[in-house]
Design a protein around this ligand. Sequence first.
Ligand code: C5P
Length: 308
Amino acid sequence: MITVRVPAKVNVQLGVGGLRTDGFHDLANVFFAVALGDEVTASATGPGEGVTLTCSGPDAAVVPLDDSNLAARAARLLAARHGLAEPDVRLHIDKAIPVAGGMAGGSADGAAALVACDALWQLDTPVATLLELAAELGSDVPFALLGGVALGRGRGEILDPLPVTGTFHWVFAVADGGLSTPAVFRECDRLREEAGTGSGDTDVPTPDADPALLAALADGDAVALAGALANDLQSAALSLRPSLAATLRAGTEAGALGALVSGSGPTCAFLAKDAEAAAAVAEALRASGTCRTAHATHGPVPGATVLP
Ligand code: C5P
């Protein structure tokens, strides 16, 4: 039995380019791994049982346990890569990452399942191959393997680790219900069309990482990072879920240094001065009635890791 711990992510910068002909957008995506995470356990089963999936945690009821789940797809993809037939493995997800929340929880489980099955089946798959399989599973899966802080280019799967100093303190306000990532990207395109700027990759310049944001990470400067937080999907998420404006306001009024929608939302992320300030912001958000719950956490933390 192998258990893997895997982090959620927040995008401290999410620069979104135009819509490509393959249906994806070119990104300048600064991923940041936080301690709020899931645990995926892989255990052997009898021959012929196939891949079975179970889930625990407060949101277990809304986690899809069919073949669309990235953990199940990861197990099959890894087996196929090694020329193995339909694998027999039991996967259990202990879920703390908000579901459909813009924190790459499904992607995290896919990355964790790759690492857990690799260890269970003693395959010793090279990291480069795991990253390749991860990219096949989804744009955010490679980063969940890597963790830390990294710049994602292309559709987010081409990663370069970034230097970072110290620990940053975060609060995540979890909304009622999720948002569909493709729907938020589509709304981003629609808003660009409506504004007359166009939404294709020949209309929108390819985004770049913000040097001020990279310097803030390297310096461990939370105030500077708060000032540089940027998400090109935020107006689309707010357009689909206008109530998020009140959540962002509540966290800011409670003393957060900075606030933004996490990825495609609807989770909202708040940067705090220190652990104490983060706890106070989380408390104020829970009392505000503008979210379902709020978690204080920190990062960066490593990517998918086998627990001893
Ligand atoms: O790669 P992943 O399966 O996570 O992407 C889900 C959807 O999000 C894509 O089908 C696409 O609609 C959108 N997306 C995008 N540009 C990206 C990443 C995702 O448009 N860079």
